[in-house]
Write a protein that binds this ligand. Structure first.
Ligand code: ZN
Length: 298
């Protein structure tokens, strides 16, 4: 006696520096049951992740979209590990291994922003485009890109948050907050960089405060740099800082001016909000899980 074909169930993990978002779903058109756990110590956080997911298994595959830097090379013994993060206690943490050991299923692993770019390219703001980029602007700044369905990767994943940016004259005294580069993109425009200058998040500044255009200008430079590199058809800007009302429009206005009419992509078309809103990373984990299942079957 045979029942209906089993519906695969996917476990989803969006591992962030301040929280882990966990999810379970049967597919793109199905609801996602989610849970959030605080990112504390690796031992505590991984135990809580395994505990919650363990209540929802078994899984056909798990997608793990993680903060970086992370080892993505499947040939490396450290595949699935967080690498040299400045986040205390997390360097060299194995994230994928405990999931594979506990659930005995394929685990798809990539950075949160690569995964988000993949989900946005496949199902969201980048549908139909040859190439797209996804930038998240929050506690840190990270970026991923997809070109012809492939996540862009070299020796490792891109480090778009650490691109160098020309300092605005009004910002000349600001040293930047990146522990590695000072005034790189992340050191100039991330949430902590904003708070270091203004004492509060961008959303708490009055709409006519010059801080809005200062930050928008840095993000516009980043967008123009990405356009100059590979002319993505869409650049989706996500993350907590982008929740600031009016910020996307300010970035579009400045990117349009910076582009000088030379680039193929028009700023008002190319720059956009993520199709999945704040859930690009979680849907990215689904894309990774589906990819891992397909690779395992193939
Ligand atoms: Zn940096």
């Amino acid at each position: 006696m045979s029942g209906p074909a089993a519906v695969p169930r996917f476990g989803l993990v969006e591992a962030g520096g301040t929280k882990f978002v966990l999810g379970v779903t049967s597919g793109l058109d199905q609801p996602i049951v989610t849970e959030q756990i605080a990112t504390t110590t690796p031992d505590q956080t991984i135990a809580a992740m395994l505990d919650w997911l363990g209540q929802h298994g078994p899984f056909a595959a798990i997608g793990l979209a993680s903060f970086g830097p992370a080892e993505l090379d499947p040939a490396s013994p450290h595949w699935g590990h967080i690498l040299a993060t400045p986040k205390p206690g997390w360097a060299q943490t194995d994230l994928a291994g405990p999931l594979a050991a506990r659930f005995g299923c394929p685990v798809g692993f990539d950075t949160d922003v690569n995964a988000a770019a993949l989900a946005e390219w496949r199902w969201g703001a980048g549908q139909g485009q040859r190439a797209m980029a996804y930038l998240t602007i929050g506690t840190g700044i990270g970026g991923g890109a997809v070109i012809d369905g492939q996540v862009l990767r070299g020796l490792s994943h891109p480090e778009m948050g650490h691109m160098r940016i020309a300092l605005h004259p009004d910002d000349a005294g600001f040293a930047g907050t990146c522990p590695f580069h000072g005034p790189c993109l992340e050191g100039l425009a991330s949430g902590p960089a904003i708070i270091a200058r203004f004492g509060c998040p961008l959303t708490d500044l009055p709409p006519d405060h010059p801080g809005h255009d200062l930050i928008a200008g840095y993000l516009a430079q980043a967008a123009i740099n990405l356009q100059a590199l590979f002319e993505p058809g869409r650049i989706a800007l996500g993350g907590g800082v982008m929740q600031t009302p009016g910020l996307l429009a300010r970035v579009v206005a400045q990117a349009g001016a910076l582009g000088g009419g030379y680039l193929r992509g028009q700023a008002e078309t190319v720059l956009c909000a993520p199709g999945f809103g704040t859930r690009s990373g979680l849907y990215g984990a689904l894309a990774l899980a589906q990819g891992a299942l397909a690779a395992n079957a193939g």
